[in-house]
Design a protein around this ligand. Structure first.
Ligand code: IMP
Ligand code: MG
Length: 188
């Protein structure tokens, strides 16, 4: 694969598996939200890749908005304190909200997002996540749509980052412990 040395990554979910699963999720969401005013709310930054593929498979109208809810933390562990640095810029009154997440780990980020969104008084708030890592759950959260369940591993790619890198990998992979953030290429 492209710039990423095969020695440092192990692909655990392929591009083809992601596409096939998104088609199934989209079919289910299309059916479940018939007759409703659907708003997809993406949690920045990680969810933008998944959200953009998912919404293009939905056979129904929808609005799209983003919230930046960064959880403070050091490295690969989330502290659970969620700071909203970009809020919604549309009304949710009378609408059905589907939060789109890249991954649910401790559950703190998504449960805080759901709580904040409920304050906007939508008809409903549900969650769709590409990846669920239930082994590390601290806060119980109801996940209505789950792409893949994985064990307790730190993964990158398809929107998920390590130190803001690797989001552009088209698959989901586990990084080798020795992996470092890629350096700029040197023109020879
Ligand atoms: P939670 O609040 O512990 O559920 O963490 C959720 C957030 O932590 C996700 O939205 C990601 O931004 C980040 N995160 C958790 N696990 C991973 C991972 O394996 N790879 C990359 N980011 C992760
Ligand atoms: Mg996130």
């Amino acid at each position: 694969m492209p710039y990423c040395d095969e020695d440092i990554i192990e692909v655990i979910i392929t591009q083809q598996q992601i596409a096939a699963r998104i088609a199934q999720l989209a079919q289910q969401i299309t059916a479940d939200y018939r007759g409703k005013q659907l708003v997809l709310v993406g949690a920045l930054t990680g969810s933008f890749v998944f959200l953009s593929d998912l919404m293009r498979q939905l056979d129904r109208p929808c609005e799209v908005n983003f919230l930046d809810a960064s959880s403070y933390g050091n490295g690969t562990v989330s502290s659970g304190e969620v700071a909203i640095t970009q809020d919604l810029n549309l009304s949710l009154a009378g609408k059905d909200v589907l939060v789109v997440e890249d991954i649910v780990d401790s559950g703190r980020t998504v449960s805080e997002l759901v709580r904040l969104l409920q304050a906007h008084q939508p008809v409903s708030v549900k969650v769709c996540t590409l990846i669920d890592k239930p082994a590390r759950r601290e806060i119980p959260v109801e996940l209505s749509y789950i792409g893949f369940v994985i064990p307790d591993q730190f993964v990158v790619g398809y929107g998920l980052d390590y130190a803001q890198h690797f989001r552009n990998l088209p698959f989901v992979a586990v990084l080798d412990e020795d992996a470092v953030v890629p350096k700029p290429e040197i023109n020879e």
